[in-house]
Design a protein around this ligand. Structure first.
Ligand code: IFM
Length: 712
């Protein structure tokens, strides 16, 4: 690319931070860099589970939460394997391969998660009655499913001493069988874990432990077991040092098309990289990737796949590592039969995706929950939060259009757009005047249930119908042209909620008549509005949990009324309490696009703190991955101002709005098979590219030749 330095250093160039004695497996960390490292010093037992979420290491397939190696108060050592749902369709938390039975007492010490290479380091100096310990662990991005732990401590060996010292012990564990997707009578499936450990205790030196664990999900029969043992054997022979070298090369490659840096703000840069790191860790790039709302860092929402994945996580992966976005869509494609059955069961055509989805693709949203008073209340999102069906189509379009990959949209991804359009065409009710309505839904703002003509749902459904018609225009299937005309007509008839006198979209029919409450009159955002006002009054008020009309402006700016962003921002933002972690980042994005840079920046900083300050007191059960994805979207679509336009979304538009004291906003990504490196300042942008790139920068069209140039 002929552009800026690559993040991270190859292992051989990395000087050790401090001279390290002994152990054959001792590994060298990369040089200290607080823009790339999350440091937890002397963590507290009361915060241990939060730290375990922060310090999780994952490779897209297996997540090992950041528990300490030894048992202790507050520790819950746990592993999560993507897509490993139990018979109850909940992600199964597995016992971790990390715990070591050590003699002695240890402080938590200093723990460093290095975002450059996905390694977790721990250093506990001996003293004050506690023993010393050092450890390094990582989940191998180059060999997904393989975890490596190297530990040195005075208290070794204990449990490992069952095998003769110097000879590795190998264990094979089959974790509970999962419900095979759609094949109740299929082969036995589950999670297979093969673990090998070796302890060395040279006289007069601390003992050292080398451990590796290989996890495989799916078939757990004999051949799979043999294969897992062979894979582990090869990794064992390579040893931790060479595996770490592979790890660093792999992570360097991922950051080369993913990094975002704010040159004038180191703390924000670290928080942003932490978010991007989580997104990289969450999704496999082979087969199918079932990405839950907390990725592989926690089991909240039973790891069910929700719109968090399609709308918030996928865009980052589509722009940094398309194979992972493709694997996420493969998860949806394989569940089209279930979505078609769901549509048929409700008397409709096409495919209806479930609000919460697990192994078999049926709706697994719980039907009840506990409210703020401890009462059991119905959860209506399963039957009513139907926008998920259009969200899945949007995700498919996003991968195809962003990557310039029409082969996907004309091929395996086509049904995700076309069958969902068929659903909407049969779902829309025409009234006596021929106007289309979608009755009885929940929009993204979940404080208002069972509403008619939710602007987000209606307009996204219309967008879905029009995009499907475009696909048919490109490659008509038999009888589809007539159907596509009908889709276009029905999209035209569907009420949008837009009032051209005020330029406002009414969030749903009757919203403007509700009690006009502003968030500021109730407290300082963010807060859970339903806890403050009570569930039923909230439902009768205009208080919003998260972006709804503004979510529409965020997702499909090309499909909303021109000039409507600012009036709707003025109207809806003051009514929003950000009771959902999905809210601040989206507001940051639309505020930046509206040129309200200072407010945008405050929202972004709020989003960046959600997990790092545990603002919702729920980080213990996993990091909020939609927020991570939203942070990237706020930076890329909001501050860097990237968008697409033109026939077949073939033109990249760049319209940066950068706070003056940020210095440069640097963004690396892929678009239409081109590697880009942008350096945005308040008044100019350097576009680095490895191919000739037609762009529109601040409204002016030009073609940038490699390696790039400053504009204007
Ligand atoms: O999907 C979200 C929803 O939009 C708001 N409540 C939390 C869910 C899971 O993150």
């Amino acid at each position: 690319m002929g552009m800026a330095e690559r993040p991270g250093l190859p292992a051989e160039e990395a000087p050790p931070v401090a001279p390290r004695p002994v152990a054959r497996d001792a590994l060298d960390p990369l040089p200290e860099d607080d823009r790339w490292q999350l440091v937890v010093a002397q963590g507290a037992p009361s915060r241990r589970r939060v730290e375990e979420s922060w310090l999780c290491v994952a490779d897209g397939r297996v997540g090992t939460r950041g528990s300490l190696e030894e048992d202790g108060p507050g520790t819950v050592a746990m592993v999560l394997v993507g897509g490993a749902y139990g018979p109850d369709q909940a992600l199964v938390p597995l016992p971790s391969w990390v715990p070591v039975d050590l003699d002695g007492t240890f402080e938590p010490g200093r723990r460093v998660l290095d975002l450059r290479d996905g390694t977790l380091w721990r250093d506990v100096p001996a003293g004050g009655g506690t023993a010393g310990l050092r450890s390094t662990r990582f989940a191998c991005l180059a060999r997904p499913g393989l975890g490596v732990l190297v530990l040195e401590a005075a208290g070794l060996p204990r449990d490992e001493s069952r095998g003769p010292t110097g000879r590795p012990t190998t264990e094979v564990v089959v974790h509970p069988a999962r419900h095979p997707a759609g094949h109740p009578a299929g082969p036995p499936t589950g999670v297979l874990e093969v673990r090998r450990s070796e302890v060395r205790s040279p006289a007069g030196a601390p003992g050292s432990l080398r451990r590796m664990a290989a996890h495989r999900v799916g078939d757990v029969g004999q051949p799979a077991r043999r294969q897992a043992e062979e894979d582990l054997g090869r990794a064992w022979q390579l040893g931790p040092r060479r595996l770490l070298g592979q790890q660093r090369r792999k992570w360097d490659g991922r950051w080369a098309t993913a990094d975002v840096e704010i040159s004038g703000d180191g703390d924000l840069t670290r928080a942003v990289r932490f978010a991007l790191f989580q997104l990289i860790c969450a999704a496999d790039d082979r087969g199918e990737a079932a990405v839950g709302p907390r990725g592989l860092t926690g089991e909240a929402y039973a790891g069910h796949v929700m719109w968090d994945a399609d709308v918030f996580v996928l865009p980052f992966l589509a722009a940094s590592h398309p194979p992972s976005a493709r694997a996420m869509l493969e998860y949806r494609i394989r569940r089209l039969p279930a979505a078609r059955r769901a549509a048929r069961a409700s008397g409709r055509n096409g495919a209806r995706f479930p609000w919460e989805s697990a192994a078999d693709g049926n709706d697994v949203t719980p039907s009840t929950g506990i409210d703020e008073t401890g009462r059991e209340v119905p959860i209506l999102s399963g039957p009513l939060e139907e926008h998920i069906t259009a969200d899945v189509a949007w995700a498919a379009w996003r991968l195809g259009a962003w990557g310039g990959d029409w082969g996907f949209l004309d091929g395996p991804g086509r049904a995700l757009v076309v069958d969902t359009a068929r659903y909407w065409a049969s779902r829309i009710r025409l009234d006596a005047r021929g106007r289309g309505h979608i009755d009885a839904v929940i929009g993204p703002d979940e404080y208002h249930e069972d509403v008619d003509d939710n602007a987000f749902t209606n307009n996204l459904a219309a967008w879905n119908l029009r995009r499907a018609a475009e696909l048919v225009r490109r490659r008509p299937g038999r009888g589809e042209q007539e159907e596509a005309c009908h889709w276009l007509e029905i999209a035209e008839r569907l009420v949008t909620g837009f009032d051209d006198r005020t330029s406002l979209y009414e969030q749903f029919a009757g919203f403007h008549r509700l009690e006009p409450v502003t968030a500021a009159s109730l407290g300082q955002v963010p807060f859970a509005g339903d806890l403050v006002l009570g569930r039923s009054r909230t439902g009768r008020s205009q208080l919003l949990k998260q972006a709804d009309v503004l979510m529409l402006h965020h997702m499909v700016p090309e499909a909303v009324a021109p000039g409507s962003l600012v009036p709707n921002l003025d109207h809806y933002l003051p009514r929003t309490c950000h009771g959902s972690t999905l809210s601040p980042s989206v507001h940051a994005a639309v505020l930046a696009r509206a040129g309200r840079i200072e407010e945008a920046r405050r929202m972004l900083e709020l989003a960046a703190r959600i997990d790092l300050d545990d603002l919702t007191a729920t980080t213990a059960s996993g990091l909020h991955l939609a927020n991570s994805g939203g942070i990237w979207q706020a930076l890329v679509h909001g501050f860097a101002g990237l968008g697409v336009d033109g026939p077949d979304d073939s033109e990249l538009t760049i319209d940066p709005r950068v706070p003056p004291d940020w210095g440069e906003l640097r963004v690396r990504l892929r678009w239409h098979r081109t590697n880009l490196a942008l350096r945005c300042t308040p008044s100019s942008v350097h576009v680095g590219t490895d191919r000739p790139l037609p762009v529109r920068v601040w409204g002016t069209r030009t073609v940038v030749e490699p390696p790039g140039r400053w504009l204007p």
